[in-house]
Design a binder for this molecule. Structure first.
Ligand SMILES: Nc1ncnc2c1ncn2[C@@H]1O[C@H](COP(=O)(O)OP(=O)(O)OP(=O)(O)O)[C@@H](O)[C@H]1O
Ligand SMILES: [Mg+2]
Length: 371
């Protein structure tokens, strides 16, 4: 698929932007802070209904504007899809697909198949578990749109359980009538949560081969690269029913502690995945260069997985400057057989010399063909 049109009103630094894109490679060049990532964020938001850069949609609204609007046109084979959003503070996000209002986010999230790689992805390796969980959830939404609903449902239940835990007066923890209500929430939590764990574990298993394959191309002498899902629930048995039983068991175990500390201690919201390189955890032990390669290969694994069923769009936000010649060439090879690649760079010298395609310059959120 490819994006043939990007427009937005009052989105981040853009008062109004209207752009037509061709398939193939499109490069946006401009100094720091001029609106390159903001432009890409329009696509990101239309694809995932959330931004990689902000969990708060209202941050996307241009300073002091009442609302923001986006409209992205994507073409898959011969079918055109228009995705429109309207972001307004304290109001639910409004979405239209081909001019028809859409109530369920799951009908839109993941319609645009894309993978974004940016310098922030270093946090996938070095950052906190929430970043890695977010990555897995994104891969899952891109591969199966029902996952979006599952995740939203889990978050809703978790919020309600946390509110209950906080509402129980201190000192009254054990006797309170909260026990029975807590049981109801726990049952709901285990039902959705065990599915989330199951799907995340499965997606790790699907990512591992392309991940290792890509990494071996960058670092051919690597002997030992591993990746595994770490859950606070025993997931040795792999059916959803088994995970559900282990989940209930763990909830029972931690019930008193949860009440005493007023937080939910059990579930996929506290899980992580671990990458091991040469028998050491990459999070704490990998070098800066290794972490970069691992992050790149993880994102490319996501891209390769999507490619098994779709023709996804590859977005490379300001990454060439961080890569040495060898890794630039490796990335270039990936671009060759991609229907559309969108690239940003601060200066032209940061992009590979043999990069074909359309070139635009961004200055002060103005997009032109001239530098
Ligand atoms: N809601 C907003 N309203 C107005 N301006 C905003 C908003 N959010 C961000 N900006 C501005 O957008 C600019 C950053 O744009 P962007 O992140 O696209 O830069 P960039 O070209 O990608 O730069 P870099 O090369 O440093 O990554 C900043 O000047 C910031 O103040
Ligand atoms: Mg940027």
């Amino acid at each position: 698929m490819h994006i043939f049109s990007i427009s937005a009103l009052n989105f981040r630094s853009y008062e109004l932007v209207e752009l037509t894109l061709n398939p193939g490679i499109t490069t946006f060049i401009g100094p720091n802070g001029q609106g390159k990532t903001n432009l890409i964020e329009i696509v990101d938001f239309s694809a995932n209904l959330q931004s990689h850069r902000s969990s708060l949609n209202s941050n996307l609204i241009r300073n002091s504007a009442p609302f923001a609007q986006t409209r992205v046109g994507v073409k898959e084979e011969n079918k055109k899809i228009w995705i429109e959003t309207r972001i307004e503070e304290k109001k639910t996000l409004k979405i239209k697909v081909n001019s028809n209002p859409v109530k369920k986010h799951r009908d839109v999230a993941g319609l645009i198949k894309s993978t974004i790689f940016s310098p922030n992805d270093l946090y996938l390796i070095k950052g906190d578990p929430a970043t890695r969980r977010g990555f897995l959830d994104e891969v899952l939404v891109q591969n199966d749109r029902n996952y979006f609903e599952l995740k939203s449902e889990y978050e809703k239940i978790l919020k309600q359980k946390n509110a209950l835990l906080k509402s129980v007066p201190k000192g009254d923890k054990n006797k309170s009538a909260a026990w029975s209500t807590l049981e109801i929430w726990n049952e709901k939590l285990a039902k959705t949560g065990s599915q989330i764990i199951y799907f995340r574990k499965k997606i790790i298993e699907a990512l591992i081969n392309p991940f290792i394959k890509n990494y071996n191309e960058i670092a051919p002498h690597t002997k030992d690269l591993q990746m595994s899902y770490n859950s606070n629930i025993n997931i040795n048995n792999s059916t959803i029913e088994d995970i559900h039983a282990a989940y209930i068991f763990e909830l029972e175990n931690k019930k008193e502690e949860e009440l005493a500390r007023s937080i939910s201690l059990v579930g996929p919201h506290r899980d992580d995945f671990e990458i091991g390189l040469n028998s050491l955890p990459a999070k704490s032990q990998s070098s800066q260069g290794e972490a970069w390669s691992l992050a790149l290969c993880l994102k490319l694994a996501m891209f390769d997985l999507l490619r098994e069923t779709h023709k996804p769009i590859l977005i490379l936000d300001d990454v060439f400057s961080e890569l040495d010649q060898f890794r630039r060439e490796f990335l270039l090879k990936k671009i060759q057989d991609t229907e559309q690649t969108i690239i940003t760079a601060a200066v032209e010298e940061d992009t590979p010399k043999n990069l074909f395609g359309d070139k635009y310059f961004i200055n002060n959120s103005e997009i032109t063909n001239e530098s």
